[in-house]
Design a protein around this ligand. Sequence first.
Ligand code: ZN
Ligand code: ZN
Length: 351
Amino acid sequence: MLPQKNHSAVFSGPKNFQIKDLPVSSKDCILLKTLSCAVCGYDVRVFKEGHKKVRPPIVLGHEICARTLDILRLPNDQIIPEGRRVIVSPLIPCLNCDHCSVGHFNSCNKLNEIGSSVNGGFADYINIPQNNILINGIIPISNNIHDDEASLIEPLSCCLNAHLNFNIRIRDEFVIVIGDGPIGLIHLQISKLYGAKTIVVGKIPSRLNEAKSIGADMILLNNDPEESIRTIWDYTHEKGGKLIIVATSNPEALDLALKVAGKNSLINVFAGISKNKTLRIDPNLLHYNQITLSGSFSSTPKVMNKAMDLVRQQKINLRRLVSHRFSLDEIDKAFSISEGYSGLRSVINSF
Ligand SMILES: [Zn+2]
Ligand SMILES: [Zn+2]
């Protein structure tokens, strides 16, 4: 039986959430009960300044842990029983374009996304469209994964996608993660898992201390970029980074990345950058040092399964990245905490 109403935080335009009970329908969709949805840096940017992908009024939230309300048969022959906890890929691809035809659903030319262009997880219930089901976008999770950490498997999957896409060998090499937020700390954990010596550069001492306790080989409080650059070249014995991940929406981080990148290295622009920000780069840095400048965006259900396995096997710890929990009615508080860079990830729990 369908629930009567869907208690939701509706994004109605910059800086404005309205808590409303929306009507429930499950026409051409699979309805899930939301359990936990984490506040992503992307959500905070949309909340502050809007985004071309987002047309309010809409429900944001794409880092989702939910529960099935019915038995579900997926195209990969998996049968998910009623009442099973799942995570959800935000992708709703067209399934007709060249990228979709080779399974690169995150590069789809007509991509829709749950929590961006289609209602997302900051609500008691969430509708999953057919094209998400057709790519096996609903993934059951094992019992040893808590709801809140499950919601962070989506961002972990995006981080893992950046590594798998470029297949760069980082064992015993230096990886430099610029950004000390939850995403930076996930990249740190992946780098350590792959055997790299990892430097985390950031601006918030408490987050850098967390990076240290997670296993960063060096943490660097970046108050003066010139000094940070010198410190990194010293620490890496003039080798520079083999992989540099820009995990902050501050465009100056890319400038820093170019100046600490070693020869034959790869820079990955992982984070979206705030609107109207551009940067000049010196092409000779790329040319003479054979630096590859790359980007990565989102992930696919296939990678999300790998990410889930890493959490199930306790190779990656996402639970320690959840610093705050709120109810849906407290969403304004959750966003102001995230905007103020206080703690790490905030999670909204639905009951
Ligand atoms: Zn996200
Ligand atoms: Zn497509």
